[in-house]
Every structure is written in structure tokens, then in C-alpha cells.
Ligand binder design. Structure first.
Ligand SMILES: *[C@@H]1O[C@H](CO)[C@@H](O)[C@H](O)[C@H]1NC(C)=O
Ligand SMILES: *[C@@H]1O[C@H](CO)[C@@H](O)[C@H](O)[C@H]1NC(C)=O
Length: 518
């Protein structure tokens, strides 16, 4: 009898254990399935396809390389120099155990902040509204007089204008279509285009190949913006305000190591906890990188890349409810996308991926504007992030997606043809890249923290860290190598001079809006 009991208990325990295992596996499966259902076949992900698309389809010949070279000189100055000199052959990347993550004691001063997960929800914002006549228009891009919720005089005037529009274009396709019925049309404000007035000029004038096939989404995509932060705290305010109603989740990664490998304070965490970013706290997922990658000290590019890898791995693993067609957007802290372009990605179907952003380039502040734009691969769908880039944000920032193993499978599975395009154009900015935009103390600090790979490493020279020397550079737009920049004059009133929030609070951010030493 006794033996029987022991046996029964043993069997029961075994049952419970296997049930637990099963639940865990099921949970993972459900999570993965949620992520991939509509466009990615899980089995296909296991299949590593290592062909060279470049050689067998001329289509994806990297036409962008030309721009790469053109940008190279300015890029060096802007701290973006040769983001990835190693391309695919990262000699030491095998040493970086990217999956092993040790996080600090949950009972420590920062509690569980770095372990929390975030559940993405649908954005209920009514971005569109019906007009009296039944058109469906993007509120912000449409003359208000047409919107239904403007009653009385305004609405009547709107009706008149609609009729007027009909008379103006009696022969247009839309006119014919609407004959007999009332014309259903949105009248766009300046800067907005398309039948629903939801396409901003920076997309209208972009090289998007599918402009004619764009359709409105019923439910907006959720946008996840991932960044690494050091001490770009004012630019972070600018980002949060710029993208407040567009981004659904900010993944903000901070490390207690500098890119050089030294110990560093968690300044962002302190500000997060003391309320500095309270207005955005509900959308921030704090990511803590508590280790330095192996080989990062000898080769600074490893450290540089690893920041983005960890940011996207750890960050995305803590996001729940992501859908394959949600948007993943990765930036450096000094790259701020303009709201309108990202909102377009959120509200429309039919654009191709990956997506770059043409950013206005400036040095020390917005006043030293450099020629051309900085064009960085910054966004793709969550499905593409995992199927093509293996969930690694640094791969997205590289330009050679067509040689990634999952590329062909993803095209086949999703039915999308991957064609890279850029929001904005060389003459229409779709964001800002403000490099070294700090007070002199911040610039000196950045020099010391800089990674060990972008040579010469100016932080190694005492005289280059001198505040008076740095003030001189800001005054003249000079660079640490002794060269003096030649910049066209700028005016804070010019379009896209700086993110709107900074301009709105001009006195507070004067030091990066106007040359303080001129
Ligand atoms: C960073 O934090 C981790 C975990 O708390 C700790 O083990 C490590 O020593 C810290 N590194 C530095 C340089 O402070
Ligand atoms: C938070 O801390 C920073 C830096 O110590 C300080 O400048 C700021 O005023 C503090 N903010 C609040 C809301 O206490």
C-alpha cells in the first residue's frame, strides 16, 4: 500500500512537471505564432538561404552605394563615419554571446523596470473623420470646414466648397464617378496630398515606387521606436514631443558602460525616475545593458553594433502583442524622424520596405547645416525585422538586406517585393540628424565616451577636450582635425530647421538653435 502511494505521488509529480513544460512551450508558440501568422511561415525561418541575390537580380544592385561614398567625408565629421566597416565579416562577432543576458538584482534600486514587458494596444486616435458629404478625410490634412464635426456655418461653407470643387473638375474621373451623387472628396491643406489628404509632402515627393497603390488602413499600425541613449537628453525631449502621437512604444536602452568600455552612471534612469520624462513614461520601455561585449575594447565597432543588437533583442522580447505589420523604427539618439513621415507608415498600407529617412544634417546645433541629407535605413515591419534581419536592429541599419539569408523566403511568404525607399528626398527633409549637439561640457563628455574604433579618437587628446577649444569649434563650425567647415547661412525660420518642440521653446534650447559663440 505504502509503495503504491509513493508510486502514485511520483507519477503525479511527473504529470505536473510535464504540464508546466507544455504550458511554457505553448506560451512561446503562441507568442511566435501571433508574431508571424499573417506573413511569415515559421518553418521557412529555419531554412537558411545563403544565396547572393545581388548577382542574380540586377534589380537590387545597391544603387545607394554612390550616395554612401558621397556622404563618407561628411559622415566622418558627423560621427557616423563608416557605421559598419566590417559588413558581414565581423571577425570577432562570434565572441559576443548575444543571447546571454544577466540583469541586475530585481530588488536593486531600479527594481524591475528593466524587466517589465509592454503590451501593445491599438491606437484609438480618430485620425480620420467623415465629412458631411461622406468623404473620409485625414483630419489634420483636410480643410477643417469640411469635417462633419464642425457644425453650422463652417459646415455649410464646406458644402459650398465641395460643390465648387465639383464644378471645377467636371471631367475628372472622380467627377464622372460621382455624377448623380454628391461629389465625395477631401480638400487638402497645404502640405497634404492624396484622396484622403493623409499623404505628407515628404512622402509625395519621395521615391516610393507604389505611390499609386496606397490604401488607408482601418486600424493603424503600432510604431515601435528603438534608440540607445547616452546623454542626448534635450534631443530626447525633442523626439518624444515630435513623435508623441505617432509612436506607440519607445524602447530606450542605456548601459552602465560607455562605448569605450568604462563604467558610467545611469543618467537616463535617474531622469526617468525623477519625473523628467513623466509625460511620456507610459510609452517607454527601459532597457538596461549591463555588460560590455567581448572584443569591444579592441574593436570599437563591435561595441557600437552590439548596442543596437541588444536594444532590439532585449527590447522586442519584452513587447507583447506585436503584429507582423507593426513598424519597427531604429534611430541613433541624434536622429529624429519628422512626425509626418512616420505617421504615414502608421496609417497607410502599400508602401515597400525597408524604409530610409532623409535627414537634415547639422553639427553642434541646427545652425551649422551641412549640404545634402543623411539617409539611414531606419524602419521596416516587425515581420521583416524577424524574418530577414533575425530581430537584429543593426542589420536593418546596414544597407545590404538583399544578401540576408531570410530575404527571399520573406518575399515569397509575404508576397511583398522588397524595394527600399526613402521618406523625404535630398531636398525635402524628413527628419533631423543633429550631431554633437551639446553644450561644450557634453561634447567633451562625448569625446571621452566615444568607442575605440573611429580613428583618430579625439578623446585621447587632452587639448581637444578643453572647453575653450570646443567653444572655438562651435563658434566657427570647425572640426577636431583643424579643418573649418564651410556652411551656408541658416535661419531658424526656414522650413524644417529643427524639430517643432525645440523651436516652440526657443529660449530653453537656444544653445542648439543659435550659435552661442558667434
Ligand atoms: C553594470 O551593472 C552590472 C549589473 O548590476 C554589474 O555587474 C557591472 O559590474 C556594472 N558595470 C559597471 C562598469 O559598472
Ligand atoms: C531631475 O534631475 C535632474 C538632474 O539632476 C534635474 O536637473 C531635474 O530638475 C530633476 N527633475 C525633477 C522633475 O525633479
Amino acid at each position: 500500500m505504502r509503495r503504491h502511494k509513493v508510486f502514485l505521488f511520483g507519477a503525479l509529480a511527473l504529470c505536473v512537471l510535464s504540464l508546466l513544460q507544455y504550458c511554457k512551450a505553448l506560451h512561446h508558440m503562441l507568442m511566435l505564432r501571433e508574431l508571424y501568422t499573417s506573413s511569415v511561415n515559421l518553418e521557412a525561418l529555419g531554412f537558411l538561404w545563403r544565396g547572393n541575390v545581388r548577382s542574380d537580380t540586377g534589380l537590387w544592385e545597391p544603387g545607394d552605394d554612390r550616395e554612401d561614398q558621397g556622404n563618407a567625408e561628411v559622415e566622418r565629421r558627423t560621427g557616423h563615419g563608416g557605421e559598419d566597416p566590417w559588413r558581414k565579416e565581423q571577425p570577432d562577432s562570434g565572441n559576443v554571446n548575444r543571447m546571454t543576458v544577466t540583469l541586475p538584482d530585481p530588488k536593486g534600486p531600479w527594481g524591475e523596470l528593466h524587466k517589465r514587458s509592454f503590451h501593445l494596444r491599438d491606437d484609438p486616435t480618430p485620425f480620420f473623420a467623415h465629412t458631411k458629404s461622406g468623404a473620409y478625410c485625414f483630419r489634420e490634412g483636410t480643410e477643417m470646414a469640411f469635417l462633419k464635426d464642425d457644425s453650422g456655418q463652417a459646415a455649410r461653407e464646406g458644402q459650398r466648397k465641395i460643390l465648387h470643387a465639383q464644378q471645377e473638375e467636371p471631367n475628372s474621373a472622380q467627377g464622372k464617378y460621382a455624377r448623380g451623387k454628391r461629389l465625395v472628396k477631401c480638400i487638402c491643406r497645404q502640405g497634404w496630398h492624396g484622396p484622403h489628404c493623409g499623404i505628407p509632402t515628404m512622402v509625395q515627393h519621395s521615391n516610393l515606387p507604389t505611390k499609386a497603390r496606397l490604401t488607408l488602413r482601418k486600424v493603424p499600425r503600432r510604431v515601435i521606436n528603438a534608440i540607445n541613449i547616452n546623454h542626448e537628453f534635450d534631443l530626447l525631449h525633442a523626439r518624444f514631443h515630435e513623435l508623441a502621437d505617432t509612436v506607440d512604444l519607445f524602447l530606450v536602452c542605456e548601459s552602465n558602460f560607455t562605448a569605450y568600455g568604462n563604467s558610467k552612471q545611469l543618467h537616463f534612469l535617474r531622469l526617468l525616475l525623477n519625473g523628467t520624462y513623466n509625460y511620456m513614461r507610459h510609452k517607454i520601455l527601459y532597457i538596461f545593458l549591463d555588460h560590455f561585449p567581448k572584443g569591444g575594447q579592441q574593436n570599437g565597432w563591435i561595441a557600437d553594433d552590439y548596442l543596437r543588437t541588444f536594444l532590439s533583442y532585449d527590447g522586442m522580447s519584452r513587447v507583447q502583442g506585436a503584429r507582423p505589420d507593426d513598424v519597427f523604427l531604429i534611430n541613433d539618439a541624434d536622429e529624429i524622424p519628422a512626425r509626418e513621415g512616420i505617421l504615414f507608415l502608421k496609417l497607410y498600407n502599400g508602401w515597400t520596405e525597408p524604409v530610409s529617412i532623409h535627414m537634415r544634417k547639422s553639427l553642434y546645433g541646427f545652425f551649422w547645416r551641412q549640404p545634402g541629407t543623411l539617409e539611414v535605413h531606419s524602419a521596416c515591419t516587425v515581420a521583416m525585422l524577424f524574418a530577414v534581419y533575425n530581430g537584429d536592429g543593426i542589420s536593418l541599419r546596414r544597407r545590404d538586406y538583399f544578401s540576408m539569408p531570410g530575404f527571399r523566403n520573406y518575399q515569397r511568404e509575404s508576397g511583398h517585393i522588397l524595394v527600399h525607399w526613402s521618406i523625404g528626398s535630398p531636398v525635402h527633409y524628413a527628419g533631423w540628424h543633429c550631431s554633437w549637439c551639446f553644450r561644450p561640457e557634453g561634447i567633451s563628455h562625448k569625446l571621452i565616451s566615444a568607442q575605440n574604433g573611429d580613428f583618430p579618437r579625439w578623446g585621447d587628446y587632452v587639448e581637444k577636450r578643453d572647453l575653450n577649444y570646443i567653444k572655438g569649434l562651435i563658434r566657427t563650425g570647425g572640426w577636431f582635425d583643424g579643418s573649418v567647415g564651410e556652411y551656408p547661412p541658416t535661419d531658424p525660420k526656414e522650413p524644417m530647421y529643427a524639430p517643432k518642440y525645440l523651436l516652440k521653446n526657443f529660449p530653453l534650447y537656444r544653445y542648439i538653435l543659435e550659435n552661442p559663440y558667434a
